[in-house]
Design a protein around this ligand. Sequence first.
Ligand SMILES: NC(=O)c1ccc[n+]([C@@H]2O[C@H](COP(=O)([O-])OP(=O)(O)OC[C@H]3O[C@@H](n4cnc5c(N)ncnc54)[C@H](OP(=O)(O)O)[C@@H]3O)[C@@H](O)[C@H]2O)c1
Length: 397
Amino acid sequence: MHTVPKVLCSSEAASISTATVTAQRVNGIGLLGCGTVGSSVARRLLELHPELVRGIAVRDPHKPRAVAWDDFDGDPFEVVDDPAVRVVVECIGGVGLARELVLRAIARGKDVVTANKDLIATEGPWLAAFAARTGATLRYEAAVGGAIPIVRALAGSLGSEDVLEIGGVLNGTTNFVLDAMDAGADYDEALAQAQQLGFAESDPRADVDGHDAAHKLAILAGLAFRQPSTSGGVLRHGIAALGAADVRAGAERGWRLKLLAIAKRSGEAIEAGVTPAYVPLAHPFAQPRGAGNVVRVVGRGCGALTFAGAGAGGDATASAVVADIVAALAGSEPHVAAHAGADLVTQPLRARVLVRFDGGSVVTPEPVPLDQLEATARVYGVHGAVRAVIPVWSDAA
Ligand SMILES: NC(=O)c1ccc[n+]([C@@H]2O[C@H](COP(=O)([O-])OP(=O)(O)OC[C@H]3O[C@@H](n4cnc5c(N)ncnc54)[C@H](OP(=O)(O)O)[C@@H]3O)[C@@H](O)[C@H]2O)c1
């Protein structure tokens, strides 16, 4: 039996005064990792509640860092095991060491705050169930949308909403690349530019192949549809095969190319997928520029709600992490009841597609499932060699 992740997140912090937190001085914080996110978290914590920071673990304690802390620890397990540490903040990333550390913290009944979407999207449901057994909590507002408070919104304010659709532009790196292509760069130039400016990793596959967006979508879908959800079953197409001709073909029709990650109700089923798609310029999904993100929730009662902002970056992500820490320190109860039941199973997202072939192009009259794009290319191949088959996003489809 699974339960959906037990979620507490940033905006709970709004109701918690600094006095409440400082009154609980026995509650120490242990920070694991002090890189892009961890160093912003450390600076903010040392500004807000220096007396609560008990340890900061890094791989290389001797590396110079812009953080006013002079006792970096090379052993993250030591920080987790410190009896003075009650809130363990995991900012290392990945599913190896970070997973072991999170498991250890949960086993010891400690509260865990993490920005690690890879871990939450693959193992979040059972980690939350484990936490429920040990009295620990698991908070991960920063794992989706950086500073955008979407996890808390879905778990709290929208906790009773009948969500029909959730998703949008969830990956800043690919948005930056597509934006640069929109401005005239080809794919390789755009990616190199993103890498130079620190918006893309030297190994960009997690972003450009759509893994990161799929992880975030799985987390959102689990919260929106209140079922345990992992990213393994989310169908995914990345942006690496796109070229300047694809961008131009959209621009000629008043569309902008975006990497969309969307899960939606379709009768009894949930359709989900990550795909490059053309979006009409006036649509909310066409709006984020650079590394921006947009998440839209469509509910039967609430209608369409759009959340937009900085989806990544040290300070933006730390804003959500620190608020989760404050909520953990205040010991507030989880907003989300544990849901028992089967994992969310999704079908491939469907959308009409633009098929470009030598001598012409056509938008299919009916939506095509994302796993049928090659078959669609074969059908239209009778008209001429097919150059591209790219979904066209329309809310009506
Ligand atoms: N970057 C973003 O904008 C962003 C946005 C949202 C979520 N996130 C998530 O936040 C997490 C952290 O990302 P990041 O960009 O901050 O990563 P990062 O810059 O690579 O930092 C990783 C940190 O982990 C430390 N570390 C690595 N191995 C360690 C070990 N064996 N023992 C102790 N510490 C170790 C590193 O230590 P050294 O400094 O000594 O190398 C470094 O401080 C990831 O889960 C990521 O997905 C990031």
